[in-house]
Design a protein around this ligand. Structure first.
Ligand SMILES: [Zn+2]
Length: 402
């Protein structure tokens, strides 16, 4: 009996071993995009991805602006990043859209239809390829295609289904600060003059800010994203609401055609932009969801109309109060722009339930700013300024509440 049992055990072990080995190989064999090519011939624009399996991506188009979206399973990108557009393709972006979806967005110069799209199995030492051919078309035909391809859209996954504040799971005596690293995944943000994307810089700043706040023991600081993944704007403040945030800080880095312009700016929400630059900034930052390849109607369910609410006005006062404290603290650490407290209609700040600011930590288009933001020393200065401003803000708040 004993002999049979031990035999049986060995067999079970062997099967488990074989199964886990195959799972391990599968994980290692996840989708990899190793090359990207653009070409033009016979009036068609061809977009090719070299991949390591014969996966068929989901392809759909979106209007305003004209875009083609290619969704694949979570992938590793080892292809070239910078490439000039060709034919109808102006440029493309890529990145993690969801934990299980890798998204590539092609920005089109003009409307075009998907003439054909197919995946070729790898043969004779060649890797499998996904091929997409685009053919110029008119606006009406493009719009028809928006409807006909809409079934291919991956739904925007909402982590938080309610915008109502949920039961606060806060540590008693600690202030909850939610830090939002701007952009991420297939929305890279600005490309800095030193070749580092905004999404990478903002995540590094946010992480250091979180750690320096948590180290004080006075704060419970959390992030909206801790890796390079896209999160839509409304979802970002919903995460903060779910966490019961006492304050929400969205971290960004700006860009300007004039490379001499540098310095940080603190933005708060307002119905009307404080100046023309602020309005342009809002237009740039609010584009995040468009750049990531979604339609605003998919996520924008509770933003409109709340700006006039009274509750909003009170939070706006608190936001402004924090901004007024953050400006001098930032000024003592890094360079700031003229009139460093500005306001604009920023979608990521559109929650009326907690004070919120957006910190443009500097200009990535300026070499000195970009180097500062890309250095640990620079990021430490920003984190210190934010920590000191938060200390002063919450001290004032406590004094008012006594
Ligand atoms: Zn930004």
């Amino acid at each position: 009996m004993l002999g049979i049992f031990s035999h049986f055990n060995k067999l079970v072990c062997l099967i488990i071993l074989l199964i886990s080995a195959s799972i391990a190989t599968y994980a290692e064999d996840g989708l990899e995009i190793s090359a990207v090519r653009l070409g033009e011939s016979g009036g068609l624009t061809r977009f090719v991805l070299e991949i390591n399996n014969s996966e068929k991506p989901r392809v759909f188009v979106l209007a305003n602006p004209y875009r083609v979206v290619i969704d694949m399973s979570a992938a590793k990108w080892s292809a070239s990043d910078s490439m000039d557009g060709k034919g109808v393709i102006e440029r493309f972006r890529h990145g993690l859209f969801r934990d299980d979806v890798y998204r590539i967005v092609l920005d089109l110069k003009a409307p075009a239809v998907i003439h054909r799209s197919f995946t070729l199995a790898g043969k004779g030492g060649n890797s499998p390829r996904f091929v997409l051919d685009l053919k110029p078309t008119g606006d009406a035909a493009f719009k028809k295609q928006v409807a006909s391809t809409s079934k291919m859209r991956v739904p925007v996954r909402k982590r938080v289904t309610t915008s109502k504040p949920v039961v606060k799971k806060k540590t008693p005596g600690k202030r909850m600060v939610v830090i939002d690293a701007g952009h991420g995944g297939n929305d890279p943000g600005n490309l800095g003059s030193i070749g580092v994307h905004e999404k990478i810089i903002t995540l590094k700043i946010a992480k250091l800010m979180r750690d320096s706040l948590n180290a004080t023991g006075r704060y419970d600081a959390r992030l909206t994203r801790s890796k390079d993944i896209y999160i839509n704007l409304a979802e970002r403040y919903r995460i903060a609401l779910r966490l019961g945030a006492d304050i929400f800080i969205s971290v960004h880095a700006d860009s300007h055609a004039n490379k001499k312009i540098r310095g940080a700016t603190v933005y708060t929400l307002s119905e009307k932009a404080s100046d023309e630059e602020a309005a342009k900034l809002a237009a740039r930052e609010n584009k995040s969801d468009l750049l990531a390849g979604i339609e605003l109607s998919e996520v924008d369910d509770d933003v409109s109309g709340i700006l006039i609410e009274l509750a909003q006005r009170e939070t706006m006062n608190f936001s402004a109060q924090f901004a007024e404290l953050l400006v001098p603290e930032m000024k003592s650490q890094v360079r700031m722009v003229k009139n460093p407290h500005r306001s604009a209609k920023l979608r990521v700040l559109s929650s009326h339930e907690m004070p919120s600011v957006l910190l443009e930590s500097g200009f990535l288009s300026n070499r000195q700013d970009a180097r500062m933001l890309n250095s640990v020393a620079g990021r430490k200065k920003i984190s210190l300024a934010v920590r000191r401003a938060l200390d002063r803000y919450f001290a004032q708040l406590s004094a008012m509440q006594q």
